[in-house]
Design a protein around this ligand. Structure first.
Ligand code: F6R
Length: 604
């Protein structure tokens, strides 16, 4: 949450910073600001609203300088106001911050900083503290400051009397950096860096970086010089642009066939699942007695699909935990529990802390992560990278389906090495999994039909998704997606559960979207549909066949390709994503940046 960027080099920094902020905007869009250091002066421009508003503000201003920092905010401490926007200035110091300083109140009173502060933010307290401790030696002041701070922080700092330099340090909150012939650049994530170089490094925690146009120096807290590990990105700038789509979310929905292909095919050898290249030791699958899946939001829903699959195919018990709850429930974990962590960003703080807790209790951790070199990836015993490419829209789509695909791969490998499923059946399963890309391509052809459904839903205050078995787990994701980007209140119910209370909410025209893709419970879901239809619901049936009688009871029918029940998840994913997308679009909302949200939740 919050996007930060710093650039110092041979060319003007203003546009580099604003362009970078636009790419980082998915991390927070309450306000945006920048500061440019030029001739011993620092100009600060900041404003509530989107980066586009900041761009306008800066258009006519006299802003020059080859060294600057910028920030796009997701508010935590203090409301969405101009004064709370970053950068924060105090005396000689101007800084931007991502994270939360837990002891900011204590620092204010201990160092008598109250009179120096203008905003309500914890971040400005860091600027005030730094200014208080600064005596001309930036490294000394930064060291002293971070020794006082508790909490998560990624800081980029400029001192008015130090030309051309940006200082940076972090704890937990992510930052990556690179240098090239244009200069040195640091940012919250790669989307802002990729234009400059495909090589980058993850900023090590509690190390002080000094960025100048010549390059980046890194020292540890004892002053020793440190050489970072250089990583390489395997996607390009085009992946982080809309490419003709009106919103990133639609583009990312359409990228799913490729994302799945890129994630699955490198892990298939002679028709069988193979994690040799990932360095994943089969012993984690054979030695465990149970699995604990930990994640948040959409990633957790992908974990629920995995649970269903592993339990039904392998009879290995799987529990799925909301990461933020897991941490405080005194969980039962041991060395016989394999923890599977799912995270697109690899930075979600609750998931990260849950991972650390699981590890400390003796559990081996296998994470499914999309962002290379992210903190969760680095903290895990083993990583299965998904290859979805950058996901920019706040609402997760392609990262979800590749997480599901990764869970299918794990289920297949685990079944094989535990000798629960023979090679022939595993090969058949893998053929079906590879076919998931085609399933998605086929389902995307229903887009126009889905638009009609969205036109009905957009008028409703509430909507319900129902299903049984795997379809119930898809309903959970469907309801989250609809709420998140269209602001239509939506609930997911196990279809058989409605009559135990919730059916009281079904009245004339209330949309009920029923997933009926599971062969073993198909008839039961149809009965549940009849129950809601009898009470006036507007029913959308999602199923494989056009069984005339069943379709006749519905107001709309969305057909999915004929598939084994285990693989309908890929078709249903596309449908639930497009329903949410088109509803949001029909309401004229900013699909990619839903209110109050930000990508990558790095606060607890
Ligand atoms: C919803 C969504 C979130 C994320 C959740 C976890 O569309 O994107 O629910 O799934 O915040 O994020 P990651 O996967 O980055 O850990």
């Amino acid at each position: 949450m919050c996007g930060i960027i710093g650039f110092t080099g041979n060319i003007q920094a203003k546009n580099i910073i604003i362009d970078g902020l636009e790419r980082l905007e998915y991390r927070g869009y309450d306000s945006a600001g920048l500061a440019l250091l030029n001739n011993g002066r620092i100009n600060v421009m900041k404003k509530t609203g989107k980066v586009a508003d900041l761009r306008k503000l800066c258009e006519n201003a006299e802003l020059s300088g080859t060294c600057g920092i910028g920030h796009t905010r997701w508010a935590t401490h203090g409301g969405v106001t101009d004064v709370n926007a970053h950068p924060h200035r105090c005396g000689q110091v101007v800084l931007i911050h991502n994270g939360i300083i837990e002891n900011y109140k204590q620092i204010i009173s201990e160092y008598g900083l109250a009179d120096k502060l203008m905003s309500e933010t914890d971040s400005e307290v860091v600027a005030a503290l730094l200014d208080t401790l600064y005596d001309g030696d930036p490294i000394k002041a930064i060291k002293k400051t971070v020794n006082v701070l508790s909490g998560a922080f990624a800081l980029c700092i400029m001192f008015q009397d130090i030309p051309g330099k940006i200082f940076s340090i972090r704890n937990v909150s992510p930052m990556v950096a690179t240098s090239c012939e244009k200069g040195s650049i640091i940012a919250s994530d790669l989307t802002a860096l990729i234009e400059f170089s495909k090589d980058y490094f993850v900023v090590p925690e509690y190390h002080i970086l000094t960025l100048s146009k010549e390059g980046i120096d890194i020292i540890d807290m004892k002053g020793n010089e440190v050489k970072p590990e250089i990583l390489s990105v395997n996607w390009d700038i085009a992946s982080a642009q809309k490419g003709g789509y009106p919103f990133f979310m639609l583009k990312e929905i359409y990228e799913q066939p490729d994302a799945i292909r890129n994630t699955v095919t490198p892990r298939v050898s002679q028709g069988l699942p193979d994690f040799t290249e990932d360095g994943i030791d089969d012993s984690i699958f054979t030695d465990c007695e149970r699995i604990c899946v930990v994640a948040c939001g959409t990633a957790m829903h992908a974990g629920m699909v995995g649970k269903h699959l592993i339990e039904s195919r392998l009879r290995v018990p799987v529990q799925v935990e909301i990461a933020s709850e897991f941490r405080y429930k005194n969980p039962i974990m041991d060395s016989k529990t394999l923890t599977i962590v799912l995270s697109q960003s690899g930075e979600t703080i609750d998931t990260l802390e849950a991972l650390k807790l699981a590890k400390s209790m003796g559990s081996k951790v296998l994470s499914i992560v999309n962002v290379k070199g992210s903190t969760i990836a680095r903290e895990s015993d083993y990583v299965l990278y998904t290859h979805a490419g950058p996901e920019i829209a706040v609402a997760s789509t392609k990262a979800y389906t590749v997480q599901i695909a990764a869970m299918y791969l794990i289920a297949a490998r685990m079944g094989l090495v535990r000798k629960l499923i023979d090679e022939k059946s595993t090969k058949k399963f893998i053929i079906n999994l590879i076919n998931a890309s085609n399933i998605i391509e086929e389902t995307l052809k229903s887009a126009n039909n889905i638009k009609r459904v969205a036109n009905h839903i957009k008028l409703a205050p509430d909507a319900f998704y129902i299903g049984r078995g795997l379809d119930y787990t898809m309903s959970l994701e469907a309801a989250l997606k609809l709420k998140e980007i269209s602001y239509v209140h939506a609930e997911a119910y196990a279809a058989g559960e409605l009559k135990h209370g919730t059916i009281a909410l079904i009245a004339e025209n209330v949309p009920v979207i029923a997933f009926a893709t599971q062969e073993d419970v198909y008839g039961k879901v149809i009965s549940n549909i009849r129950e809601v239809k009898a009470r006036g619901a507007y029913v959308v049936l999602v199923s494989m066949d056009e069984k005339v009688d069943d379709v006749a009871i519905c107001d709309q029918h969305i057909r999915i390709p004929k598939l084994d029940s285990e693989f309908t998840t890929f078709a249903t994913s596309v449908i639930l994503q497009l329903i949410a997308y088109y509803t949001s679009e029909a309401k004229g909302l900013d699909v990619d940046k839903p209110r109050n949200l930000a990508k990558s939740v790095t606060v607890e």
